[in-house]
Design a protein around this ligand. Structure first.
Ligand code: DGT
Ligand code: CA
Ligand code: CA
Length: 605
């Protein structure tokens, strides 16, 4: 059975959880958690790489020990370490950590005192009032646990798009090899590039559906068949993801593709539009009632024919949420959506000087290979000690190094940048004197996520007043499925960005995808530019840009809305206009001491 990167990540995550419950060394716990994140979304398939006899790629945070565990999991699906931990603690117990209010200590106490191993048992014990009798748990804690456990039990798990892609691509390739199969397309939220996916909806065209059904049932990753019929089947994969497969004849391909791509709300709106014109629309085609009640099929072989039948131009899957796309299509005002090939450069990347894995030159060459003309190096600043952030002295050294490399490199330009921490009071973690030497300054919140809304907003607005501020990194701070966005007034931030000529980042890392689609649209409406950035920590991460593009398209963004769709010269002049410096001027005068008054004056506006 194929082991995907997401499966390796799941084992690492489980090890981290189990070690945490055992109160192991926190550094060891974090090493496994970081490794899970690095491997989980990675585009190159590690098990396949090893199966081909190639060495593992260099990855941030993965040393010899973790690499040997990756090899073990790739071959066997598990490791001796996790098996040993399972003997000490029941595997299901890690799910308890996902319940808000339950840390490792409490999970251990619940297991030791009440033999609780699952969320069902947890809810049951809370209902029976057994938890509040334990030392360290009160009645209030118990009712909170019950509420959280019940919410968790009714919530369906969703998968990050990049993880779903690993399963989807492998399954689609497998089904495409069925004798007689024509088109194989993964539809649903996956095709709409939604940031998370509930299940996969695979459409296959074939005149022999039974052969497709038989082959699907034999897919090695199928753990359980949930339903199966002549033209449709549902199964649960070993990784936990559900798959619905549907077979239709070739002539229904377009209407089936449209139907299974959704969204449901979009489909309903299109069907209504059809009804008003005397058309019946379903997954088999578009039909018109003829004489004597007979139906005539008028469209459905291609998706475009379905839209045409209701008088609309083709609407891209990413827009199909019934959030104005049908009206825009009718008015002929659909956006010309940004494409991956429109990106000229990348404005957020790290090297091994901080928490990245590769050297400057390796990153530059990888960016060039990815078709980019420029790459901004934006290391963390000193405050972020876990990432070995740069102080002014180390940053100055990197600036020299970049200037030297630019003299040597052809076809790619490195830009001098920083991902500087926005401190709690809205000041930046490095002085203006050094920021002035950079081509761009990416500001980011990495601490104090829980400030009250007004204070958090004020903090970010104040930082954006800083003279050299160019791009606001991952503006909401959310980590998909792991950390909520911090509470801020995004509209105020977007308007400030517009007023100051600052761009908002759409961080393309699969666990961030931040700006969200809704906020991308807000930025566009307010006229603020968006920078679609990889946040690469290794040479493999430029692949993530395609997920950023998917999110940008969901946010209706066009080439003109995207800062790094501009050629280098234009980018430079946009960056320079903000600070009033001339494009291309290598050294602007440092203004260290002038910083505070400038900020106060700006804030008074
Ligand atoms: P998900 O799986 O929760 O991420 O979201 P979707 O959009 O993939 O939803 P899913 O898997 O339930 O259904 C796949 C597509 O099938 C959906 O996007 C539209 C279509 N569909 C499902 N149920 C209905 C329905 O009741 N009416 C219509 N018109 N279409 C439906
Ligand atoms: Ca789905
Ligand atoms: Ca489905």
């Amino acid at each position: 059975m194929a082991v995907h990167n997401a499966d390796i990540a799941r084992v690492f995550e489980e090890i981290a959880d189990l070690l945490e419950i055992q109160e192991a060394n926190p550094f060891r716990v974090r090493a496994y958690r970081n490794a899970a994140r690095t491997v989980g979304d990675l585009r190159i398939d590690l098990a396949q790489t090893l199966a081909e006899g190639k060495p593992l790629p260099k990855l941030p945070g993965i040393g010899a020990d973790l690499a040997s565990k990756i090899r073990e999991i790739a071959e066997t699906g598990t490791t001796a370490l996790v098996e040993r931990l399972h003997k000490e603690l029941p595997p299901a117990i890690t799910a308890l950590l996902r319940i808000p209010g339950l840390g490792p200590k409490r999970v251990r106490a619940l297991h030791r005192e009440l033999d609780i191993r699952t969320i069902e048992q947890l809810a049951q014990a809370a209902r029976e009032g057994r938890i509040s009798k334990l030392a360290g748990f009160g009645a209030k804690t118990e009712s909170g646990i019950l509420e959280a456990a019940e919410a968790h039990l009714t919530k369906k798990q969703r998968f990050k798009l990049a993880v779903a892609a690993q399963y989807a691509e492998a399954l689609a390739a497998y089904l495409a090899a069925t004798k007689g199969a024509g088109e194989v397309v993964v539809c649903g939220s996956f095709r709409r590039m939604k940031e998370t996916v509930g299940d996969l909806d695979v459409l296959v065209t074939s005149a022999a559906p039974a052969a497709v059904m038989r082959r699907f049932a034999k897919y090695p990753e199928v753990k359980e068949m949930l339903a199966s019929g002549e033209t449709r089947a549902s199964a649960l994969l070993a990784g936990g993801l559900q798959v619905d497969v549907r077979v239709v004849p070739k002539e229904s391909f377009g209407s089936a593709l449209h139907y299974f791509t959704g969204s449901k709300a979009h489909n309903i709106a299109i069907r209504r539009l059809g009804q008003a014109q005397g058309l019946k629309i379903n997954e088999y085609g578009v039909f018109k009632a003829g004489k004597g009640g007979a139906e005539r099929r008028v469209a459905g072989d291609t998706e475009a024919s379905v839209f045409k039948a209701v008088g609309l131009p083709f609407i891209a899957p990413e827009l199909r949420e019934d959030s104005g796309e049908i009206e825009a299509a009718r008015r002929g005002e659909l956006p010309q959506l940004i494409e991956l090939s429109d990106l000229r450069g990348d404005l957020h990347a790290h090297t091994k000087a901080t928490d990245g894995k590769n050297a400057l030159k390796e990153m530059a060459l990888a960016a060039k290979a990815a078709g980019l003309a420029y790459l901004a190096i934006t290391e963390h600043s000193r405050r972020l000690t876990v990432a070995h952030g740069l102080d002014p002295r180390r940053l100055a050294r990197q600036i020299d190094e970049i200037e030297r490399l630019n003299g040597e490199l052809a076809g790619i330009t490195l830009l001098k940048g920083i991902e500087v921490d926005i401190l709690e009071d809205g000041t930046l973690d490095l002085p203006d004197a050094i920021l002035a030497k950079l081509d761009l300054v990416v500001g980011a919140v990495h601490s104090k996520f829980n400030l009250p809304r007004a204070q958090q907003t004020e903090r970010i607005l104040a930082a954006m007043d800083s003279t050299f501020f160019s791009i606001l990194a991952h503006p909401s701070g959310r980590l998909i499925g792991a950390r909520e966005a911090y509470d801020v007034d995004m509209l105020k931030i977007v308007r400030k960005a517009k007023a100051r000529g600052i761009a908002l980042e759409l961080n393309a890392h699969p666990e961030r995808l931040d700006l969200t689609d809704v906020n991308c649209r807000m930025a566009k409406e307010e006229g603020a530019l968006v920078a679609i950035s990889s946040d690469a920590h290794s040479v493999h991460d430029f692949d993530n840009l395609r997920f950023g593009i998917g999110q940008a398209r969901r946010g209706w963004l066009e080439k003109a809305d995207v800062l790094n769709a501009r050629p280098l010269a234009e980018l430079r002049s946009l960056l320079a206009r903000r600070t009033g410096a001339k494009a291309g001027s290598a050294s602007r005068p440092p203004r260290g001491a002038a910083k505070a008054p400038v900020r106060r004056a700006d804030r008074a506006r």
